[in-house]
Design a protein. Structure first.
Lengths: 424, 174
């Protein structure tokens, strides 16, 4: 009897299978039949299918749509002009090196309300221009970039949530793109620019990545009002890394709880202006970098505010340093005492990283005071500010919970004394 | 004449083998993706065919994400004493000594830092790759030492100058 049931079930299932595979073909065939400018609505359901769109049409999901494929080609391939993709979930389950959920080339496409799950790459833009991607989500397996640009200019990325990928948004040889209000977490690098110029990064949040944002050999990048938070889980972690890049403008950002807030190496003519640099292990770190400006920033609660190696000619002026001793004699809001950061410790640990174990040991501080680094190696703020340039809200909750824990522990230990005795 | 040459080669070979036995040859260290960063460019080093490394005489090993980054380091640190330099085979990722490898330079091959040079353990596979991919140049380690290590794309210029040429460079790249 049981076997009969089983067979019946199989038979019923086999009825459905061809129906599914028939449905598979339908989206692509609808696309093939569609005229330019047509709007194709996809009915709710799961589709095991790869799509190729080459003409200006709109593909719109009605309800929950899942497009899924484990083949080596992308689930959706877009080329030509003005293709719109809306409200679709895309899953790429293939594990080949170059596996990509959505591949985009051509111009002026729009992707909106897309949710992507991928083992490798999320969206790849290859020679794609004027593309807008917004209100979407990408989740990966740390084996490919969330969004990957190659020679793609003037694109816009807005309100994207990217999680657990290699690089959140990766730009190579791509200029004039706008990256606005995105949230990138638990990935290798949040935003990664290589050989890419005139890009604008605005109001993004990059947290718990190895590096919040990496600017490499890129020019005239604008980094404005972003948040770089808790990029501190790796020994190489940092909020923002500027390497061999020039004319970067970094303003109004928050760098909080990173290993290094901003790391600048072999970079010139960059401007770090009015940022909040708080609770980092090292606030700002220079290496072989000259002619940069660090002005009007607020440094609070960093273990080391700033360090510089072979970087003598930077303009560091008018910042607020909570660690500095400050006296304002003439009432101009600037302290008369010069504040300087000594690179001694960093030079030492650079040669032998293990010396970091001796960090802030009395012996090392003594050594640093005896063997002062030459004056031209110091990072010096000649006019530190008396007041912060930005408001800093110090968290009270941690000290409050500390009090609660202490009181509870004291009470419980007393109770041990009291009740322990009474029972005997 | 031929016999003399042959015996000379055999002898030279023997001496070299003996010499090799005497020394502790530097061994390549495996890449740890979680913590290794390129000594030159700071990027995380992925454990793939592009990774390279240098072992110094004091035993310190340094890894690079691109063979170009390694050569950048070598030119900038002429006084460091290098024990061995390794690259990897493009196909099976085996570590090979820099001098034993054959290289292919091809501008359409993507490498992590866009130096566009890849390495092969034997010449035949390198030639095979070059034949299959247009615009390839086969190189030896000696050629690499002479190679102009610039990321060749118009936008990828390495110059530090902020002179007019930079603007020009930008305008004709569009």
């Amino acid at each position: 009897m049981k076997i009969m049931n089983y067979i019946m079930l199989l038979l019923v299932l086999s009825f459905f299978l061809p129906a599914v595979s028939e449905a598979e073909g339908t989206i692509q065939s609808k696309i093939n039949e569609a005229q330019k400018g047509a709007v194709i609505e996809i009915e709710e359901g799961e589709y095991e299918e790869t799509l190729v769109i080459t003409k200006p049409i709109t593909l719109k999901g009605k309800g929950e749509i899942l497009l899924r494929s484990c083949l080596s080609e992308p689930v959706v391939t877009i080329s030509g002009e003005s293709v719109t993709l809306k409200n679709i979930k895309v899953e790429h389950c293939g594990d080949e090196k170059e596996a990509t959920a959505i591949y985009v080339t051509g111009s002026n496409h729009k992707l909106e309300g897309i949710a992507i799950e991928t083992k490798r790459f999320g969206i790849r833009l290859d020679n794609a221009n004027g593309v807008t991607i917004k209100d979407s989500e990408i989740v990966g397996r740390k084996q490919g970039n969330g969004i990957d640009l190659w020679k793609s200019n003037q694109n816009k990325f807005e309100n994207l949530k990217i999680n657990n990928v290699l690089d959140g948004i990766y730009l190579e040889k791509s200029d004039g793109n706008t990256i606005h209000r995105n949230d990138i977490q638990r990935s290798r690098y949040g935003l990664h620019l290589m050989f890419s110029n005139e890009n604008v990064l605005e109001e993004n949040a990059s947290r718990a990545n190895i590096t919040g944002t990496m600017l490499m050999e890129s020019k005239r990048t604008v980094v404005r009002n972003n948040k770089f938070l808790s990029n501190n889980k790796s020994v190489n972690a940092q909020g923002l890394l500027i390497y061999l890049s020039t004319d970067t403008e970094v303003t109004g950002n928050e760098f909080i709880s990173n290993r290094v807030g901003i790391f600048i190496e072999e970079a010139e003519n960059n401007r770090i202006d009015t940022n909040k640099i708080m609770d980092n292990f090292i606030g700002v770190q220079f290496k072989k970098s000259n002619e940069n400006k660090v002005i009007r920033n607020t440094f609070v609660g960093n273990v080391n505010d700033a360090q510089a190696i072979e970087s003598a000619n930077n303009q560091v002026n008018g910042n607020y340093w909570d660690a500095a001793s400050k006296i304002d004699v003439n009432g101009d809001g600037k302290s008369e005492i010069v504040y300087s950061a000594d690179p001694y410790f960093l030079t030492l640990t650079n040669a032998v990283p293990e010396y970091q174990l001796f960090f802030q040991t009395p012996g090392l501080i003594l050594l640093q005071n005896i063997l002062k680094s030459p004056a031209d190696q110091l990072l010096t703020d000649s006019a530190p500010l008396m007041n912060m340039t930005l408001e800093v809200e110090k968290e009270k909750s941690t000290s409050f919970s500390l009090w609660v824990i202490s009181v509870v522990m004291i009470l419980s230990s007393f109770s041990l004394f009291i009740f322990g005795r009474k029972r005997r | 004449m031929k016999k003399k040459l042959l015996s000379f080669i055999v002898l030279a070979g023997l001496i070299m083998i003996l010499a090799a036995c005497g020394n502790d040859k530097a061994q390549p260290v495996s890449i740890n993706e979680a913590t290794d960063t390129c000594e030159t460019c700071n990027m995380a080093v992925i454990d793939n065919q592009h990774a390279t490394q240098i072992i110094l005489e004091n035993g310190k090993s340094m890894v690079f994400d691109d063979v170009g980054c390694m050569y950048e380091w070598v030119t900038k640190h002429e006084n460091e004493k290098i024990d061995a330099q390794f690259v990897r085979d493009y196909h099976d990722e085996e570590w090979i000594l820099v001098d034993d490898a054959t290289y292919v330079y091809n501008q359409s091959v993507k490498t992590p830092m866009a130096y566009n040079v890849i390495s092969f353990k034997d010449k035949a596979t390198a030639e095979e790759f070059a034949a299959e991919n247009e615009g390839s140049t086969i190189m030896t380690a000696n050629d690499l030492a002479e190679h102009d290590w610039k990321q060749k794309d118009d936008k990828a210029n390495h110059s530090h100058s902020h002179s007019d040429d930079e603007k020009d460079d930008h305008s004709h790249s569009h």
